[in-house]
Every structure is written in C-alpha cells, then in structure tokens.
Design a protein around this ligand. Structure first.
Ligand code: HEC
Ligand code: HEC
Length: 210
C-alpha cells in the first residue's frame, strides 16, 4: 500500500461532511468560525498539527499563514490546479468537501494562529540562505525572495509566509515548481528555475530557522 493515511481519509471525510453541511444551513459568521475550528481540531490536526503547528516535514505548517494564500491553495486543490503527487494523495479529496464559506473560515482560523519561531540549523547554511533571501543572486538571475515574501518571510496576501516552515517541505515545493506539477503560480515557477540545489537548500535552512 503506497499511502497508508489515504485509507484513513476515506473514512474521516464522510464523517466530517455533516459538519460542513450544518454550517451551510446555519451560516451565520460565528457558526462558520466554530465550524472551521471544529474541522481544524478534528480533521486537519491529524496531519497539520495543533493550531497548524505541524511537527512533521511531510505536512506544511499552516499557523500564521497568509489568509489570501490559504484560500487560494484550498481552491487550487479543489480545482486540481495544484497537481503535485502529495497534493493529489492528501489534499484533493479533503478540499473537494469544503465549500467557499468553509474555505474562507478555515483560512481565517489558521491565519490567526501564532507563528512558529526559533528553529535551528547549520550556521553557515543559514548565513548563505539569508543572503539569497534578502539580496538574491544577481549573477544567476535569482531575485531576492524578500521582495515578494516580505522582509522577515512573513508573507502577505497572495505571497505565502515562509518563515518557520519545515525546510524539507519548502525544498519539495521548489522541486514541484521546477518539474511543473505545481503549476498554479507561474511567477514562482520562474523563480524556482533560477535556483540551484545548493541555493535552495541554504534558503530553506535559513527560513526554517526563523
Ligand atoms: C491526511 C493528512 C492531511 C490532512 C488530514 C489535511 N492535510 Fe492539508 N496537506 C497535507 C499534505 C501532505 C500537504 C502538502 C501537499 C503538497 O506537498 O502538495 C497539505 C497541504 C495543505 C495546504 C497547503 C499549504 C501550503 O503551504 O501551501 C493547505 C492550505 C492545507 N493542506 C489545508 C488543510 C486543511 C484546512 C485541512 C483540514 C480541512 C487539511 N489540510 C487536512 C496533508 C493533510
Ligand atoms: C515575484 C514574486 C516572488 C519571488 C521573488 C519569490 N516568490 Fe516564492 N512565491 C511567490 C508566489 C506568488 C507564491 C505562491 C504560489 C501559489 O499561490 O501557489 C510563492 C510560493 C513559494 C513557495 C511555496 C510555499 C508553500 O507554502 O507551499 C516557496 C517554497 C517559495 N515561494 C520560495 C521562494 C524562494 C526561496 C524565493 C527566493 C529565491 C522566492 N520564493 C521568491 C512569489 C515569489
């Protein structure tokens, strides 16, 4: 069996589905917020951790992630435009059960959680990564990541927070932007193509340490 968790999701999704429908019926803003929190604490928590502060690099952290970005990703999974294999295996089925109002309130919930700070890593790699993040590598055509992702990697609007994210998750995303399976963001695909393996490793190590 390729993906043991997948079997589990098939059971969890139908069980949680009535909660979504309930919120649609009693769709006041506070009922929506409660519904989002219930989904987050009963379903999403299994992979993304408590308050979205995931402990495994298999699963991205969602805490303090930009609200607009979260909405775009959940819709991207639902519409199958974010098509890398982990997205297909883990998020397509889940996102297909979420209506627009639920997507909006889940995004609001996670964007309001405390960010992760104080990660560690190899000091030389962190220093190299910080330079790439802040200044880019003009010789190789690598733009400064900070110009879109924010001076502290905190994200804003369509640009995701990268600070505090698992390095291995960030590296996998750079890879899937490069191989074209995550094709929902041409801008970021172009940036990814400028990054060599060592550059990507340094910048991911720096970001995880923030
Ligand atoms: C069975 C595990 C699992 C569950 C349950 C799960 N996810 Fe995910 N999620 C993943 C994986 C794995 C990825 C990374 C996919 C990839 O690499 O493309 C992901 C990615 C995401 C992303 C993209 C994050 C980013 O930085 O781009 C969002 C948003 C997300 N999930 C939200 C949710 C929400 C909301 C729920 C609950 C309704 C949920 N997930 C439940 C496994 C899960
Ligand atoms: C011109 C703007 C721009 C620049 C410069 C930029 N990015 Fe991005 N990046 C984006 C956008 C937009 C997204 C969101 C794509 C989406 O919606 O799927 C993104 C997404 C990402 C993601 C996926 C995050 C996640 O949670 O899945 C990673 C990793 C990333 N960028 C790394 C970098 C690195 C490293 C640099 C610097 C070398 C960089 N970016 C420079 C615009 C930019």
């Amino acid at each position: 069996m390729k993906n043991p968790l997948r079997h589990g999701i098939a059971h969890v999704v139908p069980a949680i589905f009535p909660l979504v429908v309930c919120a649609a019926l009693f769709g006041s803003p506070s009922a929506q917020a409660q519904n989002a929190e219930r989904l987050a604490t009963q379903l999403c928590v299994a992979c993304h951790g408590i308050h979205g502060d995931s402990k495994s690099p298999m699963f991205p952290k969602l805490n303090a992630q930009s609200q607009d970005y979260l909405v775009a990703q959940l819709k991207g999974f639902r519409q199958h435009v974010r098509g890398e294999s982990d997205a297909r295996s883990y998020m397509w089925a889940i996102a297909s059960q979420l209506d627009d109002a639920t997507v909006a309130s889940l995004a609001e919930y996670y964007s309001q959680q405390q960010p992760t700070t104080g990660g560690t890593g190899d000091a030389a790699l962190i220093a190299e990564g910080q330079k790439i993040f802040e200044q880019g590598l003009p010789d190789k055509g690598v733009p400064a990541c900070a110009s879109c992702h924010g001076a502290q990697g905190q994200g804003n609007g369509q640009f995701p927070r990268l600070a505090g994210q698992h390095a291995d998750y960030l590296l996998r995303q750079i890879e899937v932007f490069q191989n074209g399976t995550r094709a929902n963001a041409p801008v970021m695909s172009a940036v990814a193509h400028t990054l060599g393996k060592d550059d990507a490793k340094a910048v991911a190590t720096f970001l995880q340490s923030r």
